[in-house]
Design a protein around this ligand. Structure first.
Ligand code: TEU
Ligand code: CA
Length: 559
């Protein structure tokens, strides 16, 4: 077996700067606030921080629409604040990975302003412009945030492509000069000493030749283009070029957010030959509870099927072993809170089910990601209503699904948003029982979850049995026990629809990880050796294979 790489044993803590910690009372989290909370991240034990975009942006999609890649959004602070944060993190042995958003820019970026100014501008080809076809959009693609993916520009009589919102025109990676400018910008950050890049929708940078229509489900107006835009004809070539021109210039951690990736392409993006990226961040397990109606996409409120989840996670564990590398995650800024989705956020079971989900995930192969507040068992925010939401996906989703297409009524949609909406993850971090949960002295940019008096970091740190300390222990185990990184995965009882049990098998030791996914008392009869060591569990006493609601445990023993 080849040597373990540092990023294979690392645990990443994701910070959504806008919602983490405000330092100046304007209600918006900022870089100084993050610096103040580094000791918290250290205490948890994470090795790496992934920062969501902090660059200059008109915030049409909360920083994922960048108007200057080499400037800090003044809401978050200054470049000096960034340099200070990087130095302070490094002083604590914490690395910082930056979000890289280069599938698209903002429509306020100087490149797009020039590109749109006329058909013969020398930046015209930095973006994807097409003539109308029969007075309509050039093809039937939908934007991931509802409606058409094309915007008509009156001035030049052409449409431009935006896979996300109008303010996020897609960059044309076929253009050599564009790619060169992107690499220069990346090298500028590398020279600053950052530790890596999380690459936003990097699987979509190469569009299919001729931009053909996507398959249109009956009754739909626009078609989801992901099967055509993901893993396009030149994507691997571009990433290999990026490896040569940027990524080999320093010891970096690189993670590709690869929507629409399959096993075949994951093996290329994240192959152990190191020719592209270190790891993929893929979405299949996050799509298992999507609506069966493609026009509704992610919008639904039905629980996931454990059998589907087992099948999917097991596929990725098995198929990437020995050839490429995956990320492990439940939560991020685009997903609802996992305890409310795959767990149980009732007062009775919130903590125990949050710890079960953590245990299930962290013993798998891959690099674990923890999204701010997940380590507290933060829940979805049911107290937010239509007037409170900020997320463009929610706002456009309602306009399209309820108002325009009338697919569901307002109340059903609200139910879906409370279950799946991105703002569930974006409410401010809950630090204490104080004013605004200790997030800000001012008015928070997004309403707080009203459960912060019960669920907050101060309470968690004071309780040795909290979700926080369970995560801390999982991180410590990963650092100490190489088997968590290297062991061969084996699913036990694939047809058991109540308990998710698997092994990680090494040369002379093995781990057995048992997770009761239900609120029932159950019993199982796995052969556990008498001298097996119980490494971690989410109950304080041990009843062996009599499993209480959401009980999770991991045993280590000699083979
Ligand atoms: O998300 C990419 C992506 O695949 C989204 O469609 C995601 O699945 C969706 O948000 C889930 O509801 C990235 C960023 O993580 C997201 O925050 C951005 O909005 C998006 O790219 C555009 O930059
Ligand atoms: Ca602030």
């Amino acid at each position: 077996t080849s040597a373990i790489k540092w990023w294979q044993k690392a645990v990443v803590y994701q910070i959504y700067p806008r919602s983490f910690q405000d330092s100046n009372g304007d209600g918006i989290g900022d870089l100084k606030g993050i610096q103040k909370r580094l000791s918290y991240v250290s205490k948890l034990g994470a090795d790496v921080i992934w920062l969501n975009p902090i660059y200059q942006s008109p915030n049409k999609d909360n920083g994922y629409d960048i108007s200057d890649y080499q400037a800090i959004n003044p809401e978050f602070g200054t470049m000096q604040d960034f340099d200070d944060l990087l130095a302070a993190a490094h002083a604590r042995d914490i690395k910082i990975v930056m979000d890289l958003v280069v599938n698209h820019s903002s429509d306020q970026h100087k490149w797009f302003i020039e590109s749109r100014s006329s058909k013969d501008n020398d930046k015209r080809d930095f973006y994807i412009w097409r003539d109308p076809v029969d007075g309509h959009e050039p093809n039937n693609w939908s934007s991931f945030f509802s409606g058409s993916a094309w915007k008509f520009d009156e001035k030049s009589g052409q449409y431009y492509l935006h896979l996300f919102v109008e303010g996020q025109p897609d960059l044309n990676w076929k253009n050599d000069e564009l790619r060169d400018q992107v690499y220069q910008m990346m090298n500028w950050w590398v020279d600053k000493g950052i530790d890596g890049f999380r690459m936003d929708v990097i699987s979509m940078i190469s569009k299919p030749d001729g931009l053909p229509d996507a398959p249109l489900p009956a009754g739909n107006t626009y078609a989801n283009p992901v099967s055509l835009t993901a893993n396009g004809p030149h994507v691997h070539e571009y990433l290999r070029e990026m490896r040569q021109k940027v990524l080999n210039n320093a010891e970096l951690m690189t993670v590709g957010e690869t929507s629409g990736v399959d096993i075949e392409h994951a093996r290329k993006y994240a192959g152990i030959d190191g020719s592209e990226l270190n790891m993929v961040f893929q979405f299949e397990h996050m799509g298992l509870d999507d609506n069966p109606n493609p026009a509704l996409g992610k919008w639904d409120n039905q629980p996931v099927s454990l059998l589907k989840l087992k099948d999917n996670l097991s596929k990725w564990q098995t198929e990437l072993e020995g050839n490429s590398w995956n990320s492990l995650y439940w939560d991020n800024h685009d997903q609802p809170r996992i305890v409310s989705r795959f767990g149980n956020d009732s007062a009775e079971y919130r903590e125990v089910s949050a710890k079960m989900l953590a245990t299930l995930l962290h013993f798998m192969q891959g690099t674990p990601y923890i999204y701010q507040g997940e380590e507290l068992g933060m829940t979805n925010a049911y107290n937010l209503g239509w007037d409170d939401f900020d997320d463009i996906e929610i706002i456009n989703g309602r306009k399209f699904i309820v108002d325009k297409e009338k697919l569901v009524d307002n109340d059903t949609m609200l139910d879906y948003v409370h279950y799946k909406g991105r703002d569930n993850a974006r409410t401010p971090m809950q630090w204490s029982t104080g004013k605004n949960a200790g997030f800000t002295d001012g008015t928070p940019w997004l309403k707080l979850n009203d459960n912060f008096e019960t669920i907050n970091a101060t309470a968690a740190l004071a309780d040795e049995h909290s979700v926080f300390y369970h995560y801390q222990k999982l991180i410590k185990l990963r650092h100490e026990l190489d088997l968590m990184t290297t062991g061969h995965y084996e699913l036990i009882d694939p047809a058991d629809d109540q308990v998710y049990t698997y092994k990680r098998i090494g040369d002379d030791q093995e781990l057995l990880i048992i997770n009761n996914f239900t609120d029932q008392d159950l019993e199982r009869d796995y052969p556990v050796p008498a001298d097996a060591q119980l490494l971690i569990s989410n109950y304080q006493d041990d009843l062996g294979l009599k499993l209480r609601p959401y009980e999770a445990k991991a045993y280590l023993y000699q083979r």
